[in-house]
Design a protein around this ligand. Sequence first.
Ligand SMILES: [Zn+2]
Length: 171
Amino acid sequence: MNSYKAYPISRNNIKNFVHKIKEITGFENDLYFPVVHFLEHVLPILVPDFCLEIVPKNMMGSKHGETFPNKNLIRIREDIYLRACNGEGRDRLTIAHEIGHLFLHDNDSIALCRLEPGESIKPYEDPEWQADCFGGELLASSYLIKNLSVETIMNSCGVTRNAATVQKRNA
Ligand SMILES: [Zn+2]
């Protein structure tokens, strides 16, 4: 299980942060967020020493993506990247999740956490929850999808049914 704990960030904090990023980059009103374009062409402007590696499947194993925020490095497995380029919701979300780690986490904000017996990490302190939350919000922003059906969210935002349902529930 995850033994890392991050500084707490609420869903509302993340919503506001994603809205800011979209405002700055001009994607504020677009239902469909071009996450691959953002990864390749916008992140390098926002984060000048940003580094992207597309890694062959045999070199990355079961991991779909990984992020080293202190190196400003995102690595995406090649097959995941190619499927994301083809608009596959699940793989688009993987990329959005890794972008979340890049923005939200660094060595200082994540501490190795030794949980007491019976103690469990709170969702908003879990870096994976935070990155999932960021990813969902980046692809299907609450302020845009509030009044849309799950089907419309899936089709317009390019996300899976599961992601559309979660976003709709929390919008
Ligand atoms: Zn993660």
